[in-house]
Design a protein around this ligand. Structure first.
Ligand code: AMP
Length: 218
C-alpha cells in the first residue's frame, strides 16, 4: 500500500502516521523527521534545512525531493510506504508522480486529515516530543505523559519543537494554505483523496483512517 498523508500542522499526522504504518507493516517516511535527524547529526543537508524550518517555511524542493527520493529507494519501501509531510507543494507532487511512474508504481490513496484551525493551534501549543524517538508524541492536556517531562515508552526527555512556538505556527499554517492545500485538489483529480476527520481520540482517528483505505484488489 502506498499512502500519502496530508493535513495542517497539528492535525496529528505524525501520531497517526506512526500507528498506521505499524498497523500496515509499511515504513513511515516523514521528511520532517529526516530533516530533524540530519540537523541532529550536524550534516550539510541539516544545516541548509534548519534556517527554513526555524521560520516555518518550506525547505527548497532541490533539497527535499532528492532526500525523499533516496529514502523511497531503500529496500524496505519497495512494496509500500506511508509518506508523512511529503509532498507539500505541487512541484513535489509532480516529482513524486515522475518517481513512481519511472518504477511502474502508483499511489493507492491520499488521506486528508481534517481539523479546524483553532483546534490545531491548541494541539501544537501543547505538543511535546520525545528526544529519543520522534514517533513518541505527547500533549500537555490531551495526551499527558505519566511522569511530566518524560516519555512513557523510553523515559527520555520530552521537549517542545522549536517550530511549535506560536509565531512559527502561524507561518506554518499560512504556508499550508498557500502551498500544501492545492495538492489536495491535484490528487482529487486523480480520484485518490479520502477525507478523515481528525477530531476525537487518537485510536478513533486511526480506525477512521484504516476504514478509509481502499481494499486490496478493489
Ligand atoms: P513536519 O515535521 O512535517 O511538521 O515538518 C517540519 C518542517 O520541516 C516544516 O515546517 C518544513 O520547514 C520542513 N519540511 C518537512 N517536510 C517538508 C517538505 N516536504 N517540503 C519542504 N519542507 C518540509
Amino acid at each position: 500500500m502506498r499512502i500519502v498523508l496530508v493535513g495542517p500542522p497539528g492535525a496529528g499526522k505524525g501520531t497517526q502516521a506512526a500507528l498506521l504504518a505499524e498497523n500496515l507493516g509499511i515504513p513511515h517516511i516523514s521528511t520532517g523527521d529526516l530533516f530533524r535527524a540530519n540537523i541532529g547529526q550536524g550534516t550539510e543537508l541539516g544545516r541548509k534545512a534548519q534556517e527554513y524550518m526555524r521560520d516555518g517555511r518550506l525547505v527548497p524542493d532541490e533539497i527535499t525531493i532528492g532526500m525523499a527520493a533516496d529514502r523511497m529507494a531503500q529496500p524496505d519501501a519497495e512494496d509500500g510506504f506511508l509518506l508523512d509531510g511529503f509532498p507539500r507543494n505541487i512541484g513535489q507532487a509532480e516529482a513524486l508522480d515522475v518517481m513512481l511512474r519511472e518504477t511502474a508504481r502508483q499511489l493507492d490513496v491520499v488521506l486528508d486529515l481534517e481539523a479546524p484551525e483553532d483546534e490545531v493551534v491548541k494541539r501544537i501549543a501543547g505538543r511535546r516530543m520525545c528526544r529519543a524517538d520522534s514517533s513518541h508524541i505527547f500533549h500537555t492536556e490531551y495526551s499527558k505523559p505519566k511522569n511530566p517531562g518524560r516519555c512513557d515508552h523510553c523515559g527520555a526527555e520530552l521537549y517542545q519543537r522549536e517550530d511549535d512556538r506560536e509565531e512559527t505556527v502561524r507561518k506554518r499554517l499560512e504556508v499550508y494554505h498557500q502551498e500544501t492545500e492545492p495538492i489536495i485538489d491535484y490528487y482529487r483529480k486523480q480520484d485518490l483523496v479520502a477525507s478523515v476527520p481528525a477530531l476525537g481520540a487518537v485510536p478513533e482517528v486511526t480506525q477512521r483512517a484504516l476504514a478509509a483505505l481502499p481494499r486490496r484488489g478493489a
